[in-house]
Write a protein that binds this ligand. Sequence first.
Ligand SMILES: [Zn+2]
Length: 311
Amino acid sequence: MSGLAPWLEHTYQQAQQWRLQGTFHHALLISGSNGVGQNAFAEAMAKLLLCEKTNNAPCGQCHSCQVAKADTHPDLLVLDGQEGGIRVDAVRQVVAKVANKPQLGYSKVVLLHEAHQMNVNAANAILKALEEPPSSTFFILTSHTSRALMPTILSRCQRMTLPTPSPEQVNQWLLNEAKVDASKLLWFSQTPYHLLALTQSPSFDMLQQLPAWLADWLNGNLRTDELAGKANKDATADFIDGLLALLTQAVQYTVTGQCHEQILAAVTGLLARYDIYRLMTFIQQLTELKAQLDKTHLNPTIQIIGELNSW
Ligand SMILES: [Zn+2]
């Protein structure tokens, strides 16, 4: 067992086969919906490749496995685009390092999380390494928008697409992993790692209550400043995303007649008051507001009150 989420197990076994047969491609691109587990899967690939045994890798016993477990493996190099882009000098440093022999075992691994965050220069530097790979070096790239990658990079990589789990699988996994019942938040997100991160943030409680607050506001039982005040400083982006999800699902409800039980009162409340065109206008306005708040230091509560007053 890999210790990975159950929906990743089948794909993992396929990679284990490649390792066993010596057919693991030197460049692997892991794609799939955002938050299904690309990073965890990529890290598992690194452990699989760094193990000194071929049979039953990762064995968990060899020196490489032990060091990899402690996250201090000298032949594992990580570039992470989550923290605002991957720069060319960072890529060059990594490429220079993998030109040397492995320090511990038989292989070197470069992990490139969120590879679409590379700028053109960084992408060109990686491309060169992919075209003339140093010996016993594996490049593992992850991306949820692989179309944003340069076609020349795509053509050099073997693709592996991770499956999207069902809502039931997500819920069961969260119960096991975080001992939380996230079933009340499946209207907001169905991507497991996004939900897992939420369970550890102040947004978790806020988002569980947001549909009821919105329904109360629509019924006149909550004032606008009270509703906007629920978006505390650390959770403003999630608050706006929550409103966006509710508006979007109200629009969808007019077509499908279905929505999650937890948000039914909010959705029917929205539809009783606004037509679909108004809802779409609100979606657009809120999306613009969110982008603005990212760039400026405007007081978010005042901005949200202004927005809600226009509804
Ligand atoms: Zn090992």
